[in-house]
Write a protein that binds this ligand. Structure first.
Ligand code: PMP
Length: 451
């Protein structure tokens, strides 16, 4: 292998990184990961650390899941690719769709539209939502509502419903007719409400207000993450998503659950929607569907939505949308093996237990370090701490200090993710108690280095 400095130079010269300033790679070369085993990654300089990020919220079963690797190689040998555009299909995708139908049966979802990842899944769901209303003769329902702080990928549709200016401003103008309501984010919200239940009710009222203002008959869908992820791990009060479901149903608005992070066990339940006792009209999945080993996703569609498409006799339900890699047989084979392992290992149980351990650990760190202004999570293995330079004014931490904490945490044995003023954990769901402790003590060392 080439030496570390050489690789860093080549990287800065030739690679543009997502979510980074191109010039930044020169000043702050990224960690070059060269290997991984279990829940640990190794970098080009030979450091081995516990991966508190789980790849990018996707490697739920760790890096050594042999059944998925075997399924991928066997499928590559047998049928490395064939499309499922009208006229052909492949056997792997048929088997997967049947298995997903069983898996998501409690969520009321019975059809799958396959994609190559999360942004594709979001784009697909938004398009199908508009089409659904057109088929039903409500062509005026074209707008989308979503939450501020929500993250829905980077295609133009997803960026338009995203609730964070960082992913929007440079790419405006975005899709017309997308409107945002306040997120149930207890630490900072326009109502200055600190009680989660009361805040959930205020956000639901804001949703009702926005629907009345826009006119329900202009709105196609409301899209939300059951637990907001990239926006800083914001779990709503348990009354929030059921409240959204109720409002959407009353106004004929489709509810799209963006479960690109939360599906397949991360919240401590098999899906985020199930976690809150809600059945969405569509569910976006990707990431953990193949344990991150193959770019793949699926939009799961509720029976009643499917019926509208399938009973159409006007031709309006013809789906003019799809990706070359929709239903890729290698991705489908990976997903079949991944689903079997996910179920066999009963990952939500461990996600709940280790999630509680990490959340408690964050609270202990908060008692020790004033830089920690808020700790969030506790719904499975999604945990975040929000850093401030001053607790009473809640002034967000500066980039250099949080960067230093991340760096020293890494040196002490754990990779953690920094997103704005937040340190976020989303480790593999197979994390052991000892490995969770390693992450917590590495973070302790990270904070000690700046305190
Ligand atoms: N939706 C959510 C909730 C996500 O967290 C992400 C990715 N982090 C996406 C959509 C986009 O997925 P991808 O990066 O695979 O396109």
């Amino acid at each position: 292998m080439k030496d570390s400095n050489f690789l860093k130079e080549m990287n800065a010269r030739s690679v543009w990184h997502p979510m980074a300033h191109p010039a930044d790679c020169q000043a702050n070369p990224p960690t070059i990961v060269t290997g991984a085993q279990g829940v640990r990654i190794t970098d080009v300089d030979g450091h081995e650390v516990v991966d508190g990020v789980g790849g990018l919220w996707n490697v739920n079963l760790g890096f050594s899941c042999q059944p998925i690797k075997d399924a991928i190689t066997a499928q590559l040998d047998r049928l490395p690719y064939y499309s499922i555009f009208r006229g052909t299909t492949n056997d792997a995708v048929i088997q997967l769709a049947e298995e997903l139908r069983d898996f998501f049966e409690p969520d009321g979802l019975s059809r799958a539209f396959f994609t190559s990842g999360g942004s594709d899944s979001v784009e697909t769901s938004l398009r199908l939502a508009r089409q659904y209303h057109k088929i039903r003769g409500e062509a005026g329902r074209v707008k989308f509502l979503s939450l501020k702080k929500g993250y829905h990928g980077t295609h133009f549709g997803g960026a338009s419903v995203n609730g964070n200016a960082n992913f929007r401003t440079a790419y405006e103008p975005l899709l017309a007719g997308c409107h945002h309501i306040p997120a149930p984010y207890t630490y900072r919200n326009p109502f200055n409400e600190t009680d989660p239940e009361r805040l959930a009710q205020l956000c639901l009222s804001a949703l009702e207000d926005e629907i009345a203002f826009q006119g329900a008959n202009t709105i196609a869908a409301f899209i939300m993450e059951p637990v907001l992820g990239a926006g800083g791990v914001i779990p709503p009060h348990e009354s929030f998503m059921p409240g959204v479901r109720d409002i959407c149903s009353r106004h004929g608005i489709l509810l799209i659950a963006d479960e690109v992070i939360t599906a397949f066990g991360r919240t401590g339940s098999w899906s985020g929607s199930r976690h809150w006792g809600v059945q969405p009209d569509m569910m976006c999945t990707a990431k953990a569907i193949t344990n991150g080993y193959f770019p793949f996703g699926a939009v799961m569609i509720a029976e009643q939505v499917a019926q509208v498409f399938e009973s159409d006799e006007t031709g309006r339900a013809a789906i003019g949308h799809g990706y070359t890699y929709s239903g890729h047989p290698v991705g489908a084979a990976a997903a079949i093996a991944c689903l079997a392992e996910t179920i066999r290992l009963d990952v939500p149980t461990n996600a709940a237990a280790r999630g509680a351990q990490l959340h408690d650990g964050f609270k202990s760190l908060m008692e020790k370090y004033d830089l920690i202004g808020d700790v969030r999570g506790g719904e499975g293995m999604m945990t975040a701490m929000e850093l401030v330079s001053d607790r009473s004014s809640k002034t967000p931490i500066d980039k250099a200090t949080i960067g230093k904490i991340q760096e020293e945490t890494y040196r002490a044995g754990a990779m953690v993710r920094v997103s704005g003023p937040n340190i976020i954990l989303s480790p593999p769901l197979i994390l052991s108690e000892d490995e969770a402790s390693i992450i917590l003590s590495a973070l302790d060392a990270g904070f000690a280095s700046v305190s």
